[in-house]
Design a protein around this ligand. Structure first.
Ligand SMILES: Nc1nc2c(ncn2[C@@H]2O[C@H](COP(=O)(O)OP(=O)(O)OP(=O)(O)O)[C@@H](O)[C@H]2O)c(=O)[nH]1
Ligand SMILES: [Mg+2]
Length: 325
């Protein structure tokens, strides 16, 4: 017991002082970054104190510009995010980053690389970086990631960036959660395949063709532009060329992020709407699956379809009716 506590004491002396939730919350609301880190740990561990604090914070969020960065592994997401942090800091904005690892459930801590890359910001009190595992929820963002976003929002960060490897569901979750979704593409990966991957064109508010110092970047940006279906919306998805390591195109890219924020701000979906929707859908999906699996209706209907007694549509209607009753 004692040992466990010691292991958890990653924030030093501060952690050994036992604060109750309202003291912790007071410090947090005064802008204490250690209190922020501690609250996130509580939220991540799903502790009672975490839940207690979250219930007080839910109503206060909604001011930060939440930006999602997604794209294939190694596209330069973390490097680009670092360059973006530098640019936003130059402009006086405060910024928090959550690096989500959606890949494997057993690789907690695998994002050490990202942490190391972003070490240059550890002394800046206006930058906060946290790595989180997506932990279980198939490919998507975990509940504690949503909660962490809320915590960071209430703390008052102007910008919150979520970095996630493009892995299907995580991308979709990002769109539902972020105000601005940036999709990274890089030359040399077999262009069309990476872009055409399930619905990626639809989710991007902004494309960043990173590694623009490499051969084929310009061609790739033209290809993407041509693939973008122009719609009636006032926002036409821009394709930015960036070279994160050479710091080129970053100013323009950050201007584009701000342009989208100006465009979307008025109709910003408060995080909770999306999260409530996601969680309710998950809950219902799970309970519906349980009902279907535990009943014989699926099996019976399949038999009836096979024997020609009912059609597929009849079966669908029958099952839906049963679920609603
Ligand atoms: N040539 C070139 N290399 C870059 C650029 N941006 C990043 N890289 C390199 O690409 C490699 C991967 O960069 P990361 O920032 O770790 O990429 P990532 O997308 O965050 O990777 P994961 O988080 O592992 O998916 C590193 O070696 C970077 O130095 C760029 O603009 N040009
Ligand atoms: Mg990364």
């Amino acid at each position: 017991m004692h040992c466990t506590r010691l292991v958890e004491n990653t924030e030093g002396i501060y952690r050994s002082i036992q604060l109750n939730s309202s003291e912790l919350l007071d410090n947090f609301l005064k802008g204490d970054k250690r209190a922020l880190a501690r609250i996130i740990t509580h939220v991540d561990n799903r502790s009672n104190m975490g839940t207690e604090i979250m219930n007080k914070l839910y109503g206060k969020a909604g001011n930060s510009h939440i930006i999602g960065f997604t794209g294939p592994p190694g596209a330069g997401k973390s490097t680009l995010v670092s360059a973006v942090i530098r640019e936003f800091r130059k402009r006086g904005n405060t910024i928090a980053v959550i690096a989500v690892d959606p890949t494997s459930p057993y690789s907690r801590g695998a994002l050490l690389g990202d942490r190391v890359r972003m070490l240059e910001f550890t002394d800046d009190p206006r930058v906060f970086i946290r790595s989180m595992a997506s932990r279980g929820k198939v490919g998507g963002l975990s509940s504690s990631t949503y909660d962490t976003m809320t915590v960071l929002d209430v703390f008052g960060f102007d910008i919150i960036i979520i970095e996630t490897v493009g892995a299907g569901q995580a991308e979709i979750d990002i769109v539902q959660t972020c105000d601005t979704t940036v999709v990274l593409a890089v030359p040399g990966l077999g262009d069309d395949i990476q872009i055409l991957k399930a619905g990626i064109m639809e989710i991007a508010d902004i494309f960043a063709v990173n590694k623009s110092d490499k051969v084929g970047a310009k061609e790739l940006s033209i290809l993407i532009k041509n693939m973008l279906i122009s719609n009636d919306s006032k926002w036409q998805v821009p394709v930015c060329l960036t070279s994160a390591i050479n710091n080129t195109g970053i100013e323009e890219f950050v201007n584009t992020l701000n342009d989208h924020w100006e465009y979307i701000k008025k109709k910003k979906n408060i995080l909770h709407d999306n999260r409530l929707q996601n969680e309710i859908i998950n809950r219902y999906t799970n309970s519906i699956k349980k009902i279907i699996i535990s009943s014989s209706i699926l099996n019976n209907c399949s038999k009836l379809i096979r024997s020609g007694e009912i059609t597929f549509t009849d079966a669908l209607n029958l099952i839906t009716k049963q679920l609603q009753s």
